[in-house]
Design a protein around this ligand. Structure first.
Ligand code: F6R
Length: 241
């Protein structure tokens, strides 16, 4: 991959937002693949700031998020829909209905098939944002996920549930299952921008890009993709440089 290393988490987020703004300006009808999580909070904040400063529009764009929890009431504060609304969609001119997340109510298998079909009907994803789990997961594709997996319902590992606990009210458990785009779905996107900050991500980056490909580290599948940019800070990059 093409590593772009910055001195701090804040500088990394700014650089990612600048890159996204540049890509959006070059391709106003861009199909974005979006991610949630702590890593992207300052990225979306910087992007909204750029939008407010003018010259940036999402009016022709569409987006597909990587994943969503199963079993939360709609509008739940820890849902990825709520995250996307509050960090990005409510603040920019992305048209209503153009920011999609996997459907998690009703017939989940049908929802997964429809999500894949919607991505295909949009012409595929031009630019996919990815975070990375400490265990090397991408989306909610946990270790052991097949590299040709598609959008499907998955079980979250205890470590991932633990990592995301802070997003939930103290009295509530993290849902045990979610729907995620598959690794195969992710590998079909035209360009991948993976963002990792902090020392807790250093080993995951090392396993992903400086060791052999193995389903034990889902992100190592990205070694097969021809256009991967990794934006990271010095702390996350400590074992890959
Ligand atoms: C989020 C997602 C996850 C996160 C990963 C890192 O949509 O699919 O793979 O990107 O768990 O999360 P943070 O950024 O909270 O460390």
């Amino acid at each position: 991959p093409d590593f772009r290393i910055f001195p701090s988490a804040a500088a990394t987020a700014d650089a990612v937002a600048a890159y996204l703004a540049e890509r959006l300006a070059a391709q106003p009808d861009i199909r974005l693949g979006l991610a949630t999580g702590n890593t992207f909070v300052p990225v979306y904040a910087a992007l909204v700031e750029r939008y407010r400063a003018g010259g940036l529009s999402f009016a022709g764009a569409a987006s597909f998020n990587l994943d969503e929890y199963v079993g939360l009431p709609s509008g739940h504060v820890a849902s990825f829909r709520a995250y996307m609304q509050s960090h990005l969609f409510d603040h920019v001119d992305l048209p209503e209905g153009k920011g999609l997340l996997p459907a998690v109510d009703g017939d989940i298998e049908a929802g997964c098939r429809n999500y894949e079909a919607a991505i295909a009907a949009a012409g595929g994803i031009d630019l996919q944002l990815l975070g990375i789990g400490r265990n090397g997961h991408i989306g909610f594709n946990e270790p052991g996920s097949a590299f040709d997996s598609r959008t499907r319902q998955v079980e979250l590992t205890p470590s991932t549930q633990q990592a995301n606990k802070a997003d939930f009210p103290a009295s509530e458990a993290v849902p045990p299952t979610a729907v995620t785009m598959g690794i195969g779905t992710i590998l079909e996107t035209r360009e991948i921008v993976l963002v990792a900050v902090g020392a807790t991500k250093a080993e995951a980056l090392q396993m992903a890009f400086r060791a052999g490909q193995t389903p034990a580290c889902p992100a190592s599948a990205l070694q097969s993709h021809t256009r991967v940019l990794v934006f990271c800070d010095e702390a996350a990059a400590s074992l890959v440089r």
